[in-house]
Write a protein that binds this ligand. Structure first.
Ligand code: CP
Ligand code: NVA
Length: 316
């Protein structure tokens, strides 16, 4: 099969890719993981600017190491020491950065600002997480599910807790494109429900790909016979400490613990994008137990993003 170039300049959302492009990126990630040395000069001479408005372990390390392993270079830039937002407009920042680097990876609070950065950059922009979505995570998670479960279409994924969540939104988009059934178990208050547009679009796409997207308040029914149990932090980077006690109370019935895991398929895996808080969204027994795939997920960020960078940056 020939190389499938991406039809978009940027990687801002899983929804911007066709199912075919997404599947190709996943299989390319697996090939890179198997034979990393084959790609060690793939991005020789290329520079990636990595811009961070929030903390990071995985995103920062995987992009920096990934660029280095492809023969290129990554420049770390914290938003605090940048001119963006206080001294310079997004447009001036984007126009200037595009004259120096070959691509920009940005982790920002506002998704609107990310879209504006992409609009004004002549080089590809990669979403390294906004409050709204986390497409690099969903791409790596699809690689992990394929490795662990040997297939994607027809799998049953259950997501627990905070449904109005960047990782959850990108997973919704990915599952719908890949034929994975996804059930979100979350409190009924709108604060914890997935974004309407993301949900409706995913439901429509899911119909085309023969899978179902559901939302329920019942964690037990969501877990029943699931192949994958997924959760994310109840206190995302953008959640203020004032909200912690109230959110902990609202989300307590959605913790992934041994009782919930016992309802899933016997060979089910547990997934979490990390960072995790043991005793909140997941217990130590589950995240540190034999069914946990969390460090494979973290590793696969590296391979999946290398595939993405090559597809975005390599001409021809
Ligand atoms: N999963 C993830 O994006 O982790 P970091 O916040 O450490 O980058
Ligand atoms: N939902 C989490 C994901 C972290 C990778 C957050 O935004 O903090």
């Amino acid at each position: 099969m020939g190389i499938i170039m991406l039809s978009t300049k940027d990687f801002l959302s899983i929804a911007d890719l066709s199912s075919h492009e997404l599947s190709d990126l996943i299989s390319f990630s697996v090939r890179i993981k198997r034979k990393p040395r084959r790609y060690r000069r793939a991005l020789a001479g290329k520079n990636l600017l990595t811009l961070f408005a929030k903390p990071s372990l995985r995103t920062r390390l995987s992009f920096e190491v990934g660029m280095q392993q492809l023969g290129g270079h990554a420049i770390y830039y914290s938003i605090e020491e940048s001119t963006l937002g206080h001294k310079e407009t997004i447009s001036d920042f984007a126009n200037t950065a595009s004259r120096y680097v070959d691509a920009i990876m940005a982790r920002l609070y506002s998704h609107k600002e990310l879209l504006s950065l992409a609009k004004h950059s002549s080089v590809p922009v990669i979403n390294g997480l906004t409050d709204f979505s986390h497409p690099c995570q969903a791409l790596a998670d699809a690689v992990t599910m394929l490795e662990r479960k040997k297939k994607l279409a027809g799998l049953k994924l259950a997501y627990f807790g905070d449904g109005k969540n960047n990782t959850c939104h990108s997973l919704l988009e990915a599952c719908a494109k890949l034929g994975i059934h996804m059930t979100i178990a979350a409190p009924k208050h709108h604060e914890f429900q997935p974004d309407h547009t993301v949900l409706d679009t995913a439901k429509t796409e899911a119909l085309r790909n023969h899978c179902m997207i559901n939302v329920t308040t019942d964690a037990h029914s969501a877990a029943a016979n699931a192949d994958v149990l997924y959760t994310d932090a109840w206190m995302s980077y953008h959640v203020s400490t004032r909200e912690h006690a109230r959110r902990r109370k609202a989300l307590k019935h959605y913790q992934v613990n041994e009782e919930l895991l016992s309802l899933a398929a016997k060979d089910a895996i547990f997934m979490h994008c990390l960072p995790a808080k043991r005793g909140e969204e997941v217990t130590s027994e589950v995240i540190d137990g034999p069914q946990s795939a969390v460090f494979d997920q973290a590793e696969n960020r590296l391979h999946a993003q290398k595939a993405l960078l090559i597809r975005l940056l390599k001409e021809g």
